[in-house]
Design a protein around this ligand. Structure first.
Ligand code: NAD
Length: 258
């Protein structure tokens, strides 16, 4: 299937590892021009070589901390017109809301709500004028079903989800779709660090915690980042113009609602 992504200009945030990298790989394989943004320069350089080898029309990397406005400016200084934007960054740290300060909430809001909104604000009108755009926000299954121990994430992602739901209905008639991808438990560094944090809290070792989680998981396995990357590429494709304003859960059926 030709997804029609050849030569599209795609920005993927948080693309040096994990789910963001998987999205960048999937878009590169389709021949898009890919911009990757994250904080670690050495890793970005390595990823750029890999993405070029996969078939990207071009790869540009940008060192940017997307928890602050400066990071957004660095990305947009390189390129301000995109056909595709995948918003993504590290998730908020684990913990009970009683331990968090206002600054903790503001950091989480900056990273997982304000930065995606600012990026969209800066690219959306151009996309609408050109008649094509795809925005995919990587959020969390916690949007559908709160995840215990991720109070910051449960809170701030709700704000982004509500905002994007309204915006998606304003852009689609001009060819711009906005959707959110909601990962359940994917095998990434983030997941490993969540298990380690849980282990520190509970005293149960991380491998046991993972085995316990999988024992009650309908799929009995973790999601693989490339599975999410492929869905992201499809959402960005020429065939996905009528999928809009959706929260697409990828959790192997863990959420029990119909
Ligand atoms: P990860 O930690 O494996 O990778 C995150 C990527 O974002 C890395 O490239 C990292 O360098 C980059 N990044 C982190 N903070 C950044 C910042 N401030 N500025 C720029 N780049 C930054 O995480 P992941 O598992 O790929 O998760 C991606 C997103 O999906 C997170 O928000 C996470 O909370 C969410 N999520 C993941 C899972 C899962 O199972 N992996 C489940 C639910 C939600």
């Amino acid at each position: 299937m030709d997804l029609g992504l050849q030569d599209k200009r795609a920005l993927v945030c948080g693309a040096s590892a994990g789910l963001g990298l998987a999205c960048a790989r999937a878009l590169a394989k389709e021949g898009a021009h890919v911009w990757i943004a994250a904080r670690r320069e050495s890793l970005l350089k390595e990823r750029a070589i890999e993405l070029s080898a996969l078939g990207a029309a071009s790869v540009t990397w940008c060192v940017a901390d997307l928890s602050e406005p400066k990071g957004v400016e660095s990305v947009l200084a390189q390129q301000s017109e995109f056909d595709i934007v995948v918003t993504n960054a590290g998730g908020p740290r684990q913990g009970d809301f009683r331990q968090f300060t206002r600054d903790d909430w503001l950091t989480a809001l900056d990273t997982n709500m304000f930065t995606p909104i600012e990026l969209v604000k800066r690219v959306l009108d151009g996309m609408m004028e050109r008649g094509f755009g795809r925005i995919v926000n990587i959020t969390s299954s916690g949007v559908k079903q709160a995840v215990q121990g991720l109070d910051l994430s449960n809170g701030v992602r709700a704000g982004l989800t509500g905002f994007m739901a309204g915006l998606a209905r304003q852009s689609v008639s001009r060819g711009v779709t906005i959707n959110n991808l909601l990962p359940g438990t994917f095998e990434t560094d983030r997941l490993a660090s969540n298990f380690l944090a849980q282990s520190a809290r509970t005293g149960v070792d991380a491998a046991t915690l993972l085995a316990q989680r999988l024992a009650v998981h309908p799929a009995k396995r973790l999601g693989q980042p490339e599975e999410l990357g492929a869905v992201c590429a499809f959402l960005c494709s020429q065939y996905a113009g009528y999928i809009n304003g959706q929260n697409i859960l990828m959790d192997g059926g863990s959420y029990l609602g119909a």
